[in-house]
Write a protein that binds this ligand. Structure first.
Ligand code: GRF
Length: 195
């Protein structure tokens, strides 16, 4: 298939959502190809999974840069080298500047483990249990300068069950994340989702 969108994935950790995107993009009729995986954690386990799948990787520690702007300039260079057209955040644990978000507006998406606008930020499963939510889930959304505030592209929900712990709930949500993210990226790559 020609005209597939060139997608870079940014990670900081295990990269299970990254692997779900890589697997989806192996289908000949998927509208995007994964052209590179970047991590700000140089020994993130996801880097090895990406390399094993034959995807180019790059790692630059944010700690090696004097400022967020300098780190993002280096990241921008990596993305340009890959000729990335879309950037998917998948467990990328750095806040990107308003400048970066604006430059990539409409082409920068994230997966968040809650039904946004509920449970922004970290520890979303703890938050859902603490406030007695009966449903929980995940959201793929456009990234805008406000944390977890960009418009949603797609959501999937799961029930909260009696006796759930943050770990059991997270595992139930993660199954849905791995289904949702490839679907949402396909919508963006096909032009069916627009900011
Ligand atoms: C996922 O729960 C994702 O929603 C959140 O961070 C976690 C990353 O997990 N943003 P993984 O690295 O994709 O396995």
């Amino acid at each position: 298939m020609t005209g597939r969108k060139r997608v870079a994935i940014l990670i900081s950790g295990r990269g299970s959502n990254m692997s779900a995107l890589i697997a989806a993009a192996e289908a000949a009729d998927y509208p995007a190809e994964i052209v590179g995986v970047f991590s700000n954690i140089v020994d993130a386990p996801g880097l090895a999974s990406a390399a094993a799948a034959g995807i180019p990787t790059a790692a630059l520690s944010h700690k090696d840069y004097a400022s967020k702007a300098a780190f993002e300039a280096a990241l921008t260079g990596v993305l340009a080298g890959w000729q990335a057209e879309i950037v998917c955040l998948a467990g990328f644990m750095r806040l990107l500047s308003a400048d970066f978000c604006t430059r990539w507006a409409g082409r920068l998406i994230n997966i968040h483990p809650s039904l946004l606008p509920r449970h922004k930020g970290l520890h979303t499963h703890e938050q859902a249990l603490a406030d007695g939510s009966t449903t929980h889930g995940c959201t793929v959304h456009f990234v805008t300068p406000g944390l977890d505030e960009g418009p949603a592209i797609a959501q999937a929900s799961v029930p909260v069950l009696a006796g759930d712990t943050p770990a059991t709930l997270a595992a139930r949500v993660l199954v849905e994340e791995h289904r949702l993210y490839p679907r949402a990226l396909a919508m963006l790559a096909r032009g069916e989702a627009r900011l």
